[in-house]
Design a binder for this molecule. Structure first.
Ligand code: SAM
Length: 340
């Protein structure tokens, strides 16, 4: 694909050197989308903020801190499973694969997969896709540690990055989607995203997805309401971001973190609770909103799955399951699929 086509897709290209380049949506487009989405999701009765807006620089740093908390089992459990794949996953790969990652964040777990790739290939092509600028920092850190890596980063939504990938080249892709980030999507939006991933894939491509499993409610609830209050800071930080970027006047002292496991829908639900009756103005969204005392703003779902539901979900989106790997406690899963 040439640069002209990439410009048509509204990306600005940044070439750092022969090993590293980024494509990023134009700043004006990003701000406009943020302002418009906030206007439509906070300007209604059941207020919500989509979780993709958590990840400004501070939000991404706070998420990395969450990953190290004793209560937050998903990260260390998924790392344990990835380590156990050292011999098994390479059997599905060969020297011709590119590594693509949705929501790559700090690219920490990626290293376990990159180790497999670099043992199979002379040069490995890595294609991280993340809405957060953390992507640039993590790519530079990776390049210091891996000599034979070439990185093309897409700073955009999952859907934007997948569209970019579709037009890119016909090399085979292993697409990673770790951390159970998929669980943030509602069932309807999740199905749509899986179909988009499926339609982006070519025969021979692979998709490895990490999904969190249903378990004891106490383990689930403490993972999203830790004793040090880091998850609370992460949740509240989205209001600081709206203040900074959209000229809003949220007073963070007037909100608290609230999270609960919804047994029927098998999901953690995270909210920001208004501690008093208040009016908040978001200037760049042309919005003035009234909040009642105890009114909730929904900020995140984190769905949990049974193995049957994982099979149904992935097969329903047109995938063939190659393998499902679990940890010993059956807390977390990694599923490798191909396109039918
Ligand atoms: C829960 S973190 C997971 C990070 C890492 N993959 C892991 O497993 O630890 C989600 C990552 O996806 C990115 N992200 C969230 N929503 C996104 C979206 N809609 N499109 C692109 N990236 C998104 C965030 O910036 C963040 O880096």
């Amino acid at each position: 694909m040439n640069d002209l086509t990439q410009n048509n897709l509204n990306y600005k290209k940044y070439v750092v050197d022969s090993k590293l380049r980024y494509f990023k949506s134009h700043a004006s487009k990003i701000e406009k989308t943020f302002a418009e989405e906030i206007s439509s999701t906070l300007g209604i009765d059941s207020k919500f903020i989509t979780p993709k807006f958590f990840y400004d620089k501070k939000g991404s740093e706070l998420f990395e801190k969450i990953c190290t908390l004793p209560e937050y089992y998903p990260t260390r459990t998924e790392i344990g499973i990835l380590k156990s794949l050292r011999t098994e996953l390479p059997c599905y790969l060969d020297e011709s694969f590119r590594l693509v990652e949705l929501g790559s964040g700090a690219s920490v777990k990626t290293r376990l997969i990159l180790d497999m790739f670099t043992s199979l290939q002379n040069t490995t092509e890595y294609f991280p896709i993340d809405i957060s600028e953390i992507l640039t920092e993590s790519s530079e850190i990776l390049l210091n540690d891996y000599d034979n890596l070439r990185i093309t980063g897409i700073i955009d939504t999952y859907e934007g990055g997948l569209e970019f990938l579709k037009n890119y080249s016909d090399k085979k892709n292993l697409i990673l989607f770790l951390g159970s980030s998929f669980g943030n999507f509602s069932p309807i939006d999740g199905r749509k995203l899986l179909q988009t991933i499926n339609s982006t894939m070519k025969p021979g491509d692979l998709f490895l997805i990490g999904l969190d499993l249903v378990k004891d409610i106490r383990i689930l609830e403490s993972a999203y309401d830790d004793s040090q209050g880091v998850t609370a800071q992460f949740n509240l930080n989205v209001l600081s971001r709206i203040n900074d970027e959209l000229d809003a006047d949220f007073d963070l002292n007037n909100f608290s973190h609230h999270s609960v496991y919804n047994v029927e829908h098998q999901r953690i639900e995270m909210y920001l609770k208004s501690l008093l009756r208040q009016t908040v103005v978001v200037s760049k969204s042309n919005l003035s909103m009234n909040l009642e005392k105890n009114e909730l703003i929904h900020t995140e779902y984190s769905h949990k799955y049974s193995l049957d539901q994982i099979r149904e979900l992935l097969e329903g989106a047109g995938f063939v399951i190659n393998h499902i790997w679990l940890d010993e406690k059956k807390y977390f899963s990694l599923t490798l699929v191909s396109k039918v």
